[in-house]
Ligand binder design. Sequence first.
Ligand code: CA2
Length: 148
Amino acid sequence: MSAVFVLNGPNLNLLGTRETAIYGTATLADIEAALRAQGERLQLLIDFRQSNHEGDLVDWVQEAGGKGAGIIINPGAYTHTSIALHDALKAVRPPKIEVHLSNIHARESFRRTSHVSAAVDGVIVGLGAEGYGLALDAMRRLIDKVRR
Ligand code: CA2
């Protein structure tokens, strides 16, 4: 069975330690554990990764394009800057969902633009760590739709 790739961008390794008023108290390890449990219920394998490097994220999107069932991505600040991630996501076939913990539309103006949103099937913002779980539920349905 192929896995849903859950890709996390720069600084998300710091979750739960600082900026908790914006990003919540859950650590990335907490989010990973919750997704793995949910994945078992949904019969989805989870391949959970984080990198502070743009090229790693591009490589992983390409890898998921070759062997993944779907992509859930929180690109962190690369959301607002990376045409490379946009191009990589556009180029791959599996269903793709962008997730942000915070409501990027209610913060600084530089966070309002996402280069990623136009390359994915759906976007979940502002619902904290729960957004990842909502994305996985939606991913189950998107994968089933693609297979039919
Ligand atoms: O809201 C989100 O999920 C973001 O993708 C988080 C990024 C931010 O650059 C995006 O605009 C929105 C930041 C990642 C987390 O950064 C932290 C920094 C310090 C302490 C904890 C987390």
